[in-house]
Each structure stands twice: as C-alpha cells, then as structure tokens.
Design a protein around this ligand. Sequence first.
Ligand SMILES: [Zn+2]
Length: 123
Amino acid sequence: MANFTENQLMQLKVALQKRYLELQDEVRNELGHANDIGNTDLTEYLNNIPDDIDTALVDRQINEMRELEMSLKYLSELEFGDCIDCGNEIGFDRLIAYPSAQRCIQCQSQYEKTFPHESNPSL
Ligand SMILES: [Zn+2]
C-alpha cells in the first residue's frame, strides 16, 4: 500500500466513485434506456445489450468500471496505490487524474508499447 494520508485516501475514494458514476451514466446513455434501468444491476443489464449499440466503446467503459470497482475494493482493504506490474507507488497525483490507473507511468508506457492496440486512457 502506498503511503497516503487519510485526507488523500478520502479524495481518492471520491475521485474513484465520481469517475465510476460518470461511466455508469455514459453507458446508460449509450444504451439508450436510461429510464428503464433504474437501479437494475448494470452487469445484468449488459447481458441484454441491443445489437445496434457501439459495443467496443461500451466494452471499454465497462472495463474501466471494473477497474474502478477493483480499485475501490483495494482502497477499502488498504492495498491500493501500488503498480500491478512493478509494485512501486503509482502516485497520488496520477491517481487523482486517472482514478482507474493500475500502473505507474513507466509501466504504463511499457505496457502500451507491448500492447499498442489496446486503448487505455490511463496515461
Ligand atoms: Zn510500475
């Protein structure tokens, strides 16, 4: 666990939740049934995506939501903020800017060189 202050942890949690809700809204808008879903579990709903939806975009958003869910879980278990590749601290500023970041900047650019086709907005 990176060395965050209570205050930083709170800010990170807010940033994670905010980003998550943004993505949830975007996905719901794209699916075009914002009013029908209500509080239905999004994952369940996604099993019934209509064919005319841009699933590549939605997939990416869902992936990021999964990462955010994971980060929130790590945050509550105090295992948050370490790069999944090298174990170094990702850094508070980077996490606030990109709450779903899973890697430090070095590993992220390495990762993008290795997998150039995977679009990842975390850098
Ligand atoms: Zn790293």
